[in-house]
Design a protein around this ligand. Structure first.
Ligand SMILES: Cc1cc2nc3c(=O)[nH]c(=O)nc-3n(C[C@H](O)[C@H](O)[C@H](O)COP(=O)(O)OP(=O)(O)OC[C@H]3O[C@@H](n4cnc5c(N)ncnc54)[C@H](O)[C@@H]3O)c2cc1C
Length: 317
């Protein structure tokens, strides 16, 4: 299989890249990966994607994006890329089924996975009180109690955002001081809705149909206790899905791929978009926007390569 554009990932970034590449007549191939539709499919209601007055389900949103791209000629492949050789063009991608896909350009849209607490109850109560996105789900906790886990900037930022909705917020942090920036610390420490549970780790998320509490252990005293809550928001970091390109593409110290403002990686013909690059905004709309940029860049790159090849041919003739 040899394609002009291969897109790794089928979340908002990958699907938007596919739409733009398909409309440029490039018949892109979308490799869907383990999570077709991407992270957004894990939420029931998306209320902040422009164009939908009523909320839309995350699965429906991703499915609509995919159908739109397919309508213009994109193709999907249900596979995981397990190996990528970006040392020469065409690039060689290998799937978990052992197939080889050759690509003149690659758009990496593999996203980032929220780092989990890995405690009992976390998976079973996901989307039933456990959420990894306060910006996305905070609104559903109006008038309820919330818990944030973490002590960095994103934990405090998301926690402060949650205080717009919740009646009280407990921040569980494993140390007795915060890692976050001074300004975020001051805002959180002086917010009357926020209480800190210092030196503590979550050992269990409790609830049957939905979250009713968390069990925490104090690391200094070893005492455990139950904190009643309606929502748990772990913000202990994200893990960008960039391991596949280790040693081939530059990353920051947390593993996020580095691109320039035109979504170009250090390898000409390889572009990256969405949460695998972006550790700040992490929204469907920003991922989609970057996917659009990556596809437009891939289109221009291919046109330039074609022009250069023709020029070389005419010089040779
Ligand atoms: C619970 C929750 C609720 C959210 N709600 C909202 C919201 O309301 N509004 C909003 O704007 N954002 C929301 N977000 C954030 C949003 O989902 C992400 O910002 C967005 O999905 C990022 O898109 P992406 O395409 O970059 O990556 P992702 O959506 O993470 O997609 C990554 C894709 O890469 C694929 N992949 C990974 N590795 C491989 C591989 N090796 N081979 C092939 N494919 C691979 C996966 O299968 C997946 O299809 C929410 C997130 C969560 C977790």
């Amino acid at each position: 299989m040899h394609r002009k554009v291969v897109i790794i990932g089928s979340g908002p970034a990958g699907l938007t890249a596919a739409l733009y590449a398909a409309r440029a007549n490039l018949e892109p191939l979308i490799v869907r990966g383990l999570q077709p539709g991407g992270l957004i499919t894990t939420t029931n209601e998306v209320e902040n994607y422009p164009g939908f007055i009523e909320s839309i389900g995350g699965y429906d949103l991703a499915n609509t994006m995919e159908q739109q791209a397919i309508k213009f000629g994109a193709e999907t492949l249900d596979a995981i890329i397990t190996h990528a050789d970006l040392s020469e063009r065409p690039f060689t991608l290998t799937t978990d089924g052992g197939a080889t896909v050759l690509a003149d350009t690659v758009i990496i849209a593999t996203g980032a996975s929220p780092r989990k607490l890995n405690v009992p109850g976390e998976d079973a109560l996901a989307n039933r009180g456990v959420s990894y996105c306060a910006t996305c789900d905070g609104f559903f906790f109006r008038g309820k109690r919330g818990v944030v886990v973490g002590g960095g900037d994103s934990a405090l930022e998301e926690g402060l955002f949650l205080t717009r909705f919740v009646t009280e917020l407990v921040i569980v942090h494993r140390r007795d001081s915060l890692r976050a920036s001074a300004i975020m610390q001051e805002r959180a420490l002086t917010n009357p809705k926020i209480r800190f549970e210092w030196d503590s780790v979550v050992e269990e998320i409790v609830g049957e149909e939905k979250v009713t509490g968390i069990r925490v252990r104090n690391l200094k005293t070893d005492a455990t206790k139950l904190i009643e809550t309606d929502g748990v928001f772990p913000f202990i970091g994200h893990v960008p899905n960039s391991q596949l390109f280790a040693g081939q593409l530059a990353t920051d110290e947390s593993g996020y791929l580095i691109t320039d403002h035109r979504r170009r990686t250090g390898v000409p013909g390889v572009f990256a978009a969405g949460d695998v690059v972006d550790h700040i905004y992490r929204q469907a709309v920003t991922a989609a926007g970057e996917g659009c940029q990556a596809a437009m860049e891939a289109t221009w790159f291919l046109a330039e390569q074609e022009f250069l090849a023709k020029q070389a041919e005419s010089v040779a003739a």
